[in-house]
Design a protein around this ligand. Sequence first.
Ligand code: 5GP
Ligand code: MG
Length: 210
Amino acid sequence: MRGCRPSRLPGDGPAALPLQPETATPAVHPCMGQPLITLHDKAFRPYLSASEIAQAIDQVAARLNADYAGRRPLFVVVLTGGFMFATDLLKRFTGDCEIVFIRVASYEGTGSTGKVQEIMGLREDISGRDIILVEDIVDTGTTLHHLLPTLEANNPASIEIAAMFYKPASLRYPLTLNYMALEIPNDFVVGYGLDYDGLGRNLPDVYVAA
Ligand code: 5GP
Ligand code: MG
């Protein structure tokens, strides 16, 4: 079972914040005093509070503000899951910036290329731009592994990835992940933009399968 809060809080350092295992199985979350929730057929227990999430975003936003001062980045938000993180992150970005939203469709190619990603909604010319790709979660990294070359083919000046959650134990590709807000274990989480079969995206806290 997993802890109810990160073992390191944002003030502890600049890296993404790992969560550590916990031994007990609380029927009621000890940190927030909230009961289990049910989405479709599954029970979930509270895992991270909205205030813990907000603190982690403060840290990422502070680093982006420093690193992108005077650069006018283009935030490219990957829908659907990235919408809530993008909203909170962008409110904290103090410099000039632009925002676009994309969707990614994946399908198996018929040839030797394997999995192909199609980007929908990117009408802007990104050549010469500083791109910050905004994702809900980096899990295996498969999505980004296929998406990044497609973006790079359009000759941006730079591409960085900002994600609310990152599961280091799941990562299968060598990605440069400089702006991860929170590291989490390899568990299925819902809330804060993330869904279980369509439900749960609206929850301000994050829950894990009970
Ligand atoms: P990838 O494995 O390509 O890094 O992640 C692909 C997508 O899987 C993520 O963008 C997210 O939509 C979904 N995903 C990965 N882990 C989780 C999780 O713990 N919960 C939910 N709801 N979706 C996840
Ligand atoms: Mg995603």
